[in-house]
Design a protein around this ligand. Structure first.
Ligand code: NAD
Length: 257
C-alpha cells in the first residue's frame, strides 16, 4: 500500500503503519537524531551527496573541525564555522515538531541528538541530550565568561575575543579529537539502554561514539528513518528511506487516530 505525500513522493504506507503501531505500544521510546533531522530546516548535513560545502578550503571537514586545527588555525576554523555551521535563522521543521508532539502522544522518554543547532528544544522537546554540544553557547577559553551565539556571529574580528580578558571565545561544541561530555554520554546510554523502542532519524550512523549507542540498545524494536542506508539497517524492525519531516508528520497523524 502506498501513500502520496504532499511533496508528491510515494511512500510505503505499510512501513508507516508498522512504525506507528510499534510506537503506540511502546513503553519507553528513545530517539537518536543526526544532521538529516535538520536538513529540511535548510541546514546541510555532512554526508548526503553534494552536501559538502567546504569548497573554499581543500581540507576534510573532520580536520577543519578538529581540536588541533582549532588551536593552530583558529581564523580558518572560524571562517568555516561561521559560513557552514551557524544558522541563527533556522527554524524547527516537521521532524522536530512531530517529535515534540510525540512526547505528548506516546512514551517518548527523550531525544539524543548529534546536532548542535538547538532545534529540538525550539520545537518544544523537553528532554534533549546534546551529545556534541550546541552553537547557542560559547565561552572564553581563558576566564570562562559565557557568550551567546549572537556575540560570536556579530563579532568584528574573525576570531571572537572575550571583552573581559581578551581570551579566545570558543563554541561549546565537541570538536573531533575531543571527548564527549561524560554526563551527556552517561545519560544517553541510560536512555537508550532502558528503552524498548529506538527511533533513529537522519544519521548515517558512522560517527562514533554516537553510533555506538546502537550497541547499548537492548529493546525489541529499532526504527530507522533515513534517506541513505546505515550500517545498522540489518537490525531494524522498520526502515523508511524517505525524508524524516513528511514521514514523522504522517506518523503523528496516525498516532492521533
Ligand atoms: P551525516 O551527515 O553523517 O548523515 C546524515 C544522514 O541523514 C545521511 O545518511 C542522509 O541520507 C540523511 N538525511 C539527510 N536529509 C534527510 C532527511 N530530510 N530525512 C531523513 N534523512 C536525511 O550526519 P550525522 O550522522 O549526524 O553525523 C554528522 C556529524 O556532523 C554529527 O556529529 C553532527 O554533530 C554534525 N552536524 C550537525 C549539523 C546540525 O547540527 N544540524 C549539521 C551538519 C553536521
Amino acid at each position: 500500500m502506498t501513500w502520496l505525500s504532499c511533496s508528491g513522493v510515494i511512500i510505503f504506507l505499510d512501513s508507516i503503519i508498522k512504525a506507528t503501531e510499534i510506537l503506540r505500544n511502546a513503553k519507553s521510546i528513545a530517539v537518536l537524531t543526526g544532521a538529516g533531522a535538520s536538513t529540511e530546516s535548510g541546514i546541510p548535513d555532512f554526508r548526503s551527496p553534494g552536501s559538502q560545502k567546504n569548497k573554499k578550503y581543500d581540507i576534510p571537514v573532520e580536520v577543519i573541525l578538529s581540536h588541533s586545527f582549532f588551536l593552530n588555525h583558529t581564523d580558518i576554523f572560524y571562517d568555516y564555522y561561521r559560513n557552514n555551521l551557524i544558522y541563527p535563522y533556522a527554524r524547527p521543521n516537521e521532524c522536530h515538531i512531530a517529535l515534540a508532539e510525540m512526547e505528548k502522544l506516546c512514551r517518548l522518554d527523550g531525544v539524543v541528538t548529534q546536532n548542535i543547532d538547538g532545534l529540538h528544544q525550539k520545537a518544544g522537546s523537553t528532554n534533549v541530550i546534546e551529545l556534541h554540544g550546541t552553537t547557542e553557547k560559547n565561552y572564553c577559553m581563558n576566564c570562562g565568561k559565557k557568550f551567546s551565539m549572537d556575540a560570536v556571529c556579530g563579532a568584528e574580528q574573525i576570531v571572537p575575543k572575550c571583552d573581559k580578558c581578551g581570551g579566545i571565545v570558543r563554541p561549546n561544541v565537541v570538536l573531533y579529537e575531543e571527548p564527549l561530555s561524560e554526563k551527556s554520554l552517561f545519560d544517553a546510554i541510560n536512555l537508550v539502554n532502558n528503552a524498548d523502542t529506538l527511533l533513529v532519524i537522519g544519521t548515517s550512523l558512522v560517527v562514533y561514539p554516537a553510533a555506538g549507542l546502537l550497541n547499548c540498545f537492548r529493546g525489541q524494536n529499532l526504527i530507522i528513518i533515513n534517506i541513505g542506508s546505515t550500517p545498522f539497517d540489518g537490525r531494524a524492525s522498520v526502515i523508511i528511506n524517505e525524508k524524516a519531516g513528511q514521514v514523522l508528520k504522517k506518523i503523528v497523524e496516525e498516532l492521533k487516530n
